[in-house]
Design a binder for this molecule. Structure first.
Ligand SMILES: Nc1ncnc2c1ncn2[C@@H]1O[C@H](COP(=O)(O)OP(=O)(O)OP(=O)(O)O)[C@@H](O)[C@H]1O
Length: 260
């Protein structure tokens, strides 16, 4: 499959003097599920904001389909951790999913079809007329995912989206992401601080160094594509990969400590 994203010598300095991203380069194919991990505060969110065109890099480029990303683009949708704050309490589930589509030139019929399809895909058809505050945290995050899906982005960018939900809900949401990736072939960049989550979800894990961040390791996840919370996590290979990623992060942290 073709190249979707290219990040080349990306650098981001927050004025006056916080160098968040040092020199970061990687590429991503269309249809890939890429997980990004790194020590706390290393610049993961900064990277996502640069990818999404929400933040202007100090140096280097982000290219999508060969063209530089210079601002927010309809080709990308972002799901943040704080689903509670990203949903409008006065709109129904359907209304929340539909809202961004108002910026697209679509017929009412087409818009309704996209909304229904996305709500169905995240398993919320039965609560489409409810309001977000009537739903559990996990369901609210599903609404945020449906909203991103309905927008039909070329890449879905997720920033620690499941950090605030309980373990069982998190496992269900992870399987939803795997499922959406498998059935719809969506390209996903998934940032997490959870090593197990990165290995369970990803086809590839990018480990970032401490700030100013660079790519410390780029590991293919050679686990079978059919994943299952119990059996996949019990595979010896899963444990090996998790150990590898964990060690890379530990080294990244130590590197951070000795940096001037
Ligand atoms: N708007 C900003 N202005 C100044 N400095 C910032 C800003 N946003 C982030 N930083 C700094 O840039 C560095 C990277 O922050 P960033 O939030 O990208 O890291 P992160 O890896 O996402 O963190 P976490 O693991 O806590 O989610 C940190 O030192 C942070 O304090």
């Amino acid at each position: 499959m073709g190249e979707l994203l290219r990040v080349e010598h990306l650098r981001k300095v927050y004025e006056p003097a916080t160098e968040a991203i040092g020199d970061l380069s990687f590429t991503m194919r269309a249809g890939e599920l890429l997980c990004v991990v790194g020590p706390s505060g290393c610049g993961k969110t900064t990277l996502l904001k640069c990818l999404a065109g929400l933040l202007r890099p100090t140096g280097g480029v982000v290219e999508m389909h060969g063209a530089p990303v210079t601002g927010p683009s309809p080709a990308m949708a972002v799901v943040f951790q704080e689903y509670g704050r990203s949903l409008y309490p006065w709109l129904t589930v359907r209304g929340n999913v539909e809202l961004p589509l108002r910026h697209k030139r679509l017929s009412r019929v087409e818009r309704a079809r996209l909304v229904a399809d996305a709500v169905e895909a995240v398993g919320l058809a039965h609560v489409a007329r409810s309001h977000p505050w009537q739903l559990s945290g996990g369901m609210q995050q599903r609404v945020a995912i449906a909203r991103a899906l309905a927008y039909e982005p070329d890449v879905l960018i997720m920033d620690e989206p499941f950090a605030a939900v309980d373990a069982q809900t998190r496992a269900d949401l992870e399987d939803l992401v795997r499922d959406l990736h498998a059935t719809r072939g969506i390209s996903i960049v998934f940032v997490t601080h959870d090593v197990d989550e990165a290995v369970y979800l990803g086809e590839r894990v990018l480990v970032l160094s401490g700030a100013p961040t660079r790519v410390r390791a780029d590991l293919p996840v050679d686990l079978p594509p059919e994943r299952d919370q119990r059996s996949t996590r019990a595979l010896p290979r899963f444990t090996e990969l998790r150990t590898q990623v964990y060690e890379q992060i530990q080294r990244a942290k130590r590197g951070q400590n000795v940096a001037p």
